[in-house]
Design a protein around this ligand. Structure first.
Ligand SMILES: Cc1cc2nc3c(=O)[nH]c(=O)nc-3n(C[C@H](O)[C@H](O)[C@H](O)COP(=O)(O)O)c2cc1C
Length: 177
């Protein structure tokens, strides 16, 4: 798949068809996430994957009803976290950029987009979710206090083919000097 076709064709999917995803495909998709650039190559993204039916059910139970319903029939959930105190930090672990700790989530987003795009190229669909019961998810997955949970990504297959939600006109978002 051409890169532009992949970028334009990826959609957030809110109806999955129950098809499974293999451990091998999950590992390849996470490796694509690891290819993303990061602050000083700090690679602070961590990945927790619910793949068994029991784990999928437990993560689904951590979602608000609307996201839980939208992600019935997924093959897996990928929860990304950031290992804090490295991205955007000096050698003493102090955040020193103008964005404070903003580059932590920035780096995580780059990895997540790689995941979504590579998954799409393999024929999988994704839904990135920022809303979940953080405490319940942290407790179930055993996420340590040095990590912040960033997003939960539903991944699976779909029979739907939604159109791209409208994007803003270029002149509203772009200034060229
Ligand atoms: C950080 C982030 C959080 C999101 N959270 C949710 C969510 O909780 N539920 C949902 O249905 N979609 C969620 N989305 C998906 C967006 O609504 C979606 O990306 C946007 O409408 C554009 O559609 P597209 O992804 O098909 O291009 C989220 C997307 C991002 C990047």
């Amino acid at each position: 798949m051409e890169i532009k076709e992949c970028i334009e064709g990826r959609r957030s999917i809110r109806k999955f068809n129950g098809a499974p995803i293999s451990r091998e495909d999950i590992e390849e998709i996470i490796k694509a996430g690891q290819c993303a650039p990061s602050w000083k190559n700090s690679q602070t993204a961590r990945y927790y994957v619910a793949l068994s039916p029991e784990a999928i059910e437990r993560v689904n139970a951590c979602l608000p009803d609307f996201n839980a319903e939208r992600t019935q029939g997924v093959g897996a959930y990928i929860v990304t976290t950031v290992s804090k105190g490295q991205s955007g930090c000096n050698s003493d672990g102090e955040y020193f950029s103008h964005l404070g700790n903003g580059y932590e989530c920035f780096d995580n987003g780059l990895a997540v987009e790689n995941i979504a795009l590579y998954a799409h190229s393999l024929g999988y669909s994704t839904l990135i979710m920022g809303l979940f019961d953080e405490g319940a998810l942290r407790s179930y997955l055993g996420v340590p206090s040095g990590e912040d949970i960033v997003v939960a990504i539903a991944i699976g297959k779909t029979d739907k083919k939604p159109r791209m939600p409208e994007r803003k006109p270029l002149d509203e978002v772009l200034k060229i000097f």
